[in-house]
Design a protein around this ligand. Structure first.
Ligand code: GRF
Length: 201
């Protein structure tokens, strides 16, 4: 399956996905392009080191729909079938989401629907939860809202701060994203409304 990855920053999930494709852990797939909305994204160099094509498509004062249309055109040009958001810090337009139905995935560092949006780990610490984690989900036009594919719980310790909790959640993010992608590529899941279920063979 042809995969495109959208990033805005560090790109550790992106790197984990590219490496899992290269090692065959995500089978029969190729990461054909990494697109960043920021020239400064550190992930760009990591993708280039792995011989993956990179593009920077900045918003430059355009509307969300115009910006997204350019990104969608580049993805379509390369026949991308699956889009992974990996620290992509923008909400996608309705038009973009509708152009790739059930084909856009995101990872979020909390157990959704708790702690949507920015700084989810800090929100979790401040709320005082004892357990948090990460969620891989399909993307719709609402923030951190689409159908949930997989979740992993991570314990919150008394001496955690946003940084230590983020680091511990991040280790699980990579494994969860890779496993979810393998499930999709191998056709092991089916979607029933908001529920993503293991296919019975
Ligand atoms: C991760 O915590 C991810 O869950 C969130 O943004 C962060 C991106 O990190 N959506 P990285 O760029 O993948 O290292």
């Amino acid at each position: 399956m042809k995969i495109g990855i959208l990033i805005s920053g560090r790109g550790s999930n992106m790197t984990a996905i590219i490496d899992a494709v290269l090692s065959g852990q995500i089978p029969d797939s190729e990461v054909v392009v990494v697109i960043s909305d920021k020239t400064s994204a550190q992930g760009l160099e990591k993708a280039q080191l792995r011989d993956v094509e990179t593009l920077v498509i900045e918003k430059n004062g355009r509307s969300r729909a115009e910006h997204d249309a350019e990104i969608a055109a580049e993805l379509k040009k390369r026949n991308v079938e699956l889009i992974c958001l990996a620290g992509y810090m923008r909400l996608l337009s309705k038009e973009f989401v509708q152009a790739f139905p059930n084909r856009i995935l995101n990872i979020h560092p909390s157990l959704l629907p708790s702690f949507k949006g920015l700084n989810a780990q800090e929100q979790a610490i401040e709320y005082g939860v004892k357990v948090s984690g990460c969620t891989v989900h399909f993307v719709d036009e609402n923030l951190d809202h689409g159908a949930i594919i997989a979740q992993k719980t991570v314990e919150v310790f008394d001496d955690d701060n946003a940084e230590t909790l983020s680091a511990r959640i991040l280790e699980h993010e990579h494994a969860l994203y890779i496993e979810s992608l393998a499930q999709i590529v191998e056709g092991r899941i089916e979607i029933q409304g908001r529920r993503v279920l293991a296919k019975k063979f």
